[in-house]
Design a protein around this ligand. Sequence first.
Ligand code: S3P
Length: 440
Amino acid sequence: MSDECTIIEPLASPLAGHVRVPGDKSISHRAVLFAAMAEGTSKLTGVLDSEDVRSSICAVRELGAQVELDVDDGGAFAGQVTGWGAAGPVQPEGPIDCGNSGTTARLLMGMLAPWEVEVTITGDESLCRRPMRRNTAPLMKMGVQFKPAEADHLPITEVGNPNLRAISYDAPMASAQLKTAVLMAGVYAKGTTTLNEPAPSRNHTELMLPEFGVPTTAGTRVATVSGPVVMHASDVNVPGDPSSAAFLCAAAILKRGSSICVDDVSLNPARIGFVRTLERMGANIEEARAGSEGKEPFGSICASHTPALHGCEVPSQHFASIVDEVPILAIVAAHARGVTVFKGVGELRVKETDRLQAIIDGLELIGVDAWAEGDNLYVEGDPDLTVPAMTEFDSRGDHRLAMTWAVLGMCAGVPVRIKGFDCIAISYPGFMDAIRSLEA
Ligand code: S3P
């Protein structure tokens, strides 16, 4: 991660027009990993080319999948993946380095569970600080061994077990990474594996596994798979990432005179909680469905400048649907009249960095009061908010924070400095080009 400061220049004009965002990160990871697990050759298109997804691609290559993905004219990965199917993965030569990608590390744990391999999983400094026990605990109940057994942090060595037990597990938090790991292991366990969660997390896994031949049920807070079954290849076209679209929509809402549409983006309700939250703040934003890719709905999200935003309360049951968007929503809340409270957002403390503290610290730099009480985040907005020119924000190596501070500065009409801005390559390398393409 670089410590250099990048100067982000303000927007030269209102934002206008249509734009597309790169492939959804969560769906891209799953497409690559499920194709690697399957028997036969899957054709994938629209796969996000970013550092995180590259971590998943490298991981499955080291485990024996044949990945032939090239960057197409639109900047997405397209091509084919031939999986290991019933033969299982090969023993990799060394540890698997997941870089910054929590999704790669946690899903890998489920993927390796049913096989006679011993694999050390590691990652960068940020990933090695993130909790892993949430994933190892249910997998141990299924019969997987981890070394050290009580470890909560990478590096961790996993020893798979070809005789996995199916379990019914009550997850302590709504985490799609936890849910997915258990379901991936469940594909090879005898019987029905059930995962209950306290609130609905994103459901891309449940929507995609049936396409790969896995008997799956998907409820509101429960998902099951029945195994053992050998997955078969399936073609996946990945829609645009709503988490990336959220930054462009927020910029349009904050920048006077703007009106934009983000097209071909996933409209999965578990992912567009930010649209619902912005509506509650009185923002001009709406989605229009155009069709579906497999079982994933997609369409356009259109947003325009909203002069009179107001604070709102976001209930904790909605948190999972805005888990990655709280930083940019906090910036919009900072421009709204009154206090916005995001309830039950304690999980933000264990993201790529402590996002809860980072939001509070960054807003303090511009004189906005924000504070945490227990697991709730409060932001006291100011419709007349100004940002001092050349304010220096620290991305803390976190891609979503880097883009959050960039949107704040660009819409405030002053240049700002962002430390470690290049980390946006983790999820959205083309972010600056996209936003500049919307300038008149
Ligand atoms: C993801 C799940 C979420 C999210 C992350 C991607 C996924 O994490 O924050 O960016 O693809 O399953 P948690 O499972 O920790 O909530």
